[in-house]
Write a protein that binds this ligand. Structure first.
Ligand code: HEC
Ligand code: HEC
Ligand code: HEC
Ligand code: HEC
Ligand code: HEC
Ligand code: HEC
Length: 420
């Protein structure tokens, strides 16, 4: 009995030792998956970090490569403020170095996720030291209004013209034949008589031809009609409208390269009728420290009455930036963003195009009534997980059962139906 328990003790000790050793070695050179790390990095970190250079926070390539204590990095990335609060000397040092801008906490990232990011940053840094990176650029797709109608119109006019010319020739030849039959020598006539030639005689004769006149008038009417049709359809259409904005703010950089979520600046689109343009204070979250020397950023400072040297605001000097509005429906048409974005689940890009590739925003869609209607005809409604449609289904059942449906059931008691 004693022997067996001794053996068992020895056995468990070796197992524990081995387990401890393997745990130590894996912790020392944590093996993450750089590909997974890249995805997380691009989704969560690019708003403030680049691999190769400083942004809001330090350049992560060299920063993470030089830091050997992975356990510290993991804790930092999951919750840097906790480390600062616990007075971790490394954490406090870098926090002060970066003017005490708190880094976002990422409690949702597991140790494995963070290890993947670390692996990605180190792999990228290695690539950078070995050779330069490359950049991809994508040109936004060009879309113009269809010119089919206009070309059709020009075609009709050209054909009408040719027909007139041919008819003219035919009539001329016929007349000459007629005259010849009457034995009159036309060629000599003008010289002999010495009278001035009536050069408009041909046209006058044509004008007397009722069929021809009717044809010309008809062509003219068709041409005018289609021209006004096209013009009317395009009245007040501003597809492609791209005004110059007072600050060279780029969606390509902020929403594209840096992957800042649209919601960060246009939160209204998810909550209300209007998407709304962000106030400059939103920009200041970053631009208090980013690109402080740029003249474009100084426009933000001037607009807010902010003094970058003293770090103070003087509201008496503030004068709001006048962004030029691009998308604008007439007042008589009601359009609601949250209805489409939240309820309908329509992506911003379906209506606004590839905003994240536009260095200057332009109007991508025509915003005509036809455009609204065509999409409404094509798009299927998703009834699942929607309180409004759940209610509609209820009402449907009530009707089936022969119950009365009051205005109250249809939402007639909801405050917002009567109060805007
Ligand atoms: C809102 C901006 C912001 C975001 C988002 C952000 N960081 Fe940071 N990060 C900072 C700032 C600022 C610092 C400098 C320290 C400080 O001021 O807190 C920093 C510092 C760091 C450091 C250096 C820590 C040290 O002690 O060397 C690492 C590593 C780091 N961030 C990783 C990440 C990773 C990984 C992500 C994405 C999961 C991320 N950060 C997302 C702003 C951000
Ligand atoms: C950092 C803040 C920020 C982010 C992030 C951002 N925008 Fe903007 N957006 C602005 C500002 C400022 C303007 C006004 C200046 C301009 O038109 O460029 C604007 C203008 C627009 C306009 C034109 C508004 C008009 O006048 O009709 C559209 C459409 C738009 N944004 C869509 C988006 C979409 C879609 C995203 C996400 C892919 C996005 N934005 C992300 C700040 C932001
Ligand atoms: C999450 C951080 C963040 C926010 C919010 C933000 N920016 Fe930026 N912006 C940056 C960074 C980082 C750069 C510099 C990128 C680079 O060139 O290295 C930049 C660059 C710029 C530039 C180009 C400056 C130059 O001279 O190259 C302009 C202009 C600008 N931002 C305007 C704005 C405006 C206007 C807003 C608010 C609607 C805004 N930004 C919001 C991070 C931000
Ligand atoms: C179904 C099409 C559609 C979708 C989806 C859509 N928009 Fe719009 N957006 C419009 C129309 C139409 C206007 C013009 C509204 C008006 O003039 O009343 C507009 C206007 C805007 C404006 C100008 C300011 C304002 O408040 O009207 C911004 C900014 C904007 N959209 C951003 C967004 C963002 C961000 C998203 C995604 C979250 C989005 N839009 C999704 C159609 C759409
Ligand atoms: C990209 C497709 C798309 C475009 C473009 C679009 N819509 Fe819609 N719209 C939807 C969808 C999807 C719904 C249904 C949302 C839901 O589930 O209730 C909807 C619903 C609506 C509703 C609510 C209807 C109801 O049942 O109460 C109104 C109003 C509306 N749209 C107006 C407009 C206007 C005005 C325009 C043009 C300026 C427009 N929409 C353009 C997709 C679109
Ligand atoms: C069927 C339409 C309708 C609905 C639903 C409705 N209201 Fe009203 N409400 C009115 C009308 C009409 C008046 C103005 C009555 C008057 O002037 O005597 C009013 C007046 C009021 C006032 C008084 C305003 C004042 O100046 O005295 C308040 C507060 C109010 N409503 C709140 C609500 C709230 C909260 C709800 C949702 C629980 C709601 N209402 C739902 C139609 C409605």
């Amino acid at each position: 009995m004693r022997n067996i328990s001794l053996l068992f003790k020895q056995f468990s000790r070796t197992v524990l030792l081995l387990a401890g050793l393997t745990a130590l070695t894996t912790a020392a050179n944590a093996q993450g998956d750089p590909a997974k790390g890249e995805t997380i990095f691009k989704a969560k970190c690019t708003a403030c970090h680049k691999i190769e250079s400083k942004l809001v926070g330090p350049a992560l390539g060299p920063q993470i490569t030089s830091e050997t204590d992975d356990a510290y990095l993991i804790k930092w990335i999951q919750n840097s403020q906790a480390l600062v609060a616990a007075k971790n000397p490394k954490a406090v040092k870098i926090y002060n170095e970066y003017n005490q801008i708190p880094m976002t906490a990422f409690p949702e990232l597991s140790d494995a996720d963070v290890t993947d990011i670390i692996a990605y940053a180190r792999a990228e840094q290695k690539k950078l030291t070995e050779g330069g990176g490359d950049k991809k650029t994508e040109a936004p797709a060009e879309t113009g209004p269809s010119s089919l109608l206009i070309w059709g119109l020009i075609g009709v006019i050209v054909i009408a013209f040719i027909v007139i010319l041919v008819l003219n020739k035919v009539i001329g030849t016929l007349e000459r034949l007629l005259l010849k039959n009457k034995n009159l020598v036309i060629d000599e006539e003008p010289e002999v008589e010495g009278e001035p030639v009536d050069r408009l005689a041909g046209i006058k004769k044509l004008a007397k031809n009722k069929k021809l006149v009717f044809f010309v008038v008809l062509c003219g009417a068709i041409a005018m009609g289609s021209w006004s049709w096209v013009t009317m359809w395009n009245t007040n259409m501003h597809q492609g409208y791209q005004p110059v904005q007072p600050i060279k703010y780029s969606h390509e950089l902020h929403a594209g390269a840096m992957k800042i979520d649209c919601q960060y600046c246009h939160s209204g689109a998810y909550k209300s009728k209007n998407a709304s343009i962000p106030s400059l204070n939103v920009c200041m979250n970053c631009h208090k420290v980013v690109k402080t020397e740029s003249p474009e950023i100084h426009k933000i400072y001037d607009a807010l009455g902010y003094d970058p040297d003293k770090g103070t605001y003087d509201t008496t000097k503030a004068k709001p930036i006048q962004w030029v509005r691009i998308h604008n429906l007439p007042d008589f048409a009601y359009f609601n963003h949250s209805q489409h974005v939240v309820v309908g689940g329509v992506k911003c890009q379906q209506c606004h195009g590839p905003i994240e590739t536009m260095s200057e925003v332009y109007q991508y869609s025509p915003l005509t009534m036809k455009w609204c209607i065509q999409c409404h005809k094509r798009t299927e409604v998703n009834f699942k997980g929607n309180a409004y449609y759940d209610k509609m289904t209820q009402v449907h059942d009530m009707i089936k059962k022969g119950q009365k449906v009051s205005a109250a059931v249809m939402g007639g008691l909801e405050c917002s139906k009567c109060h805007y």
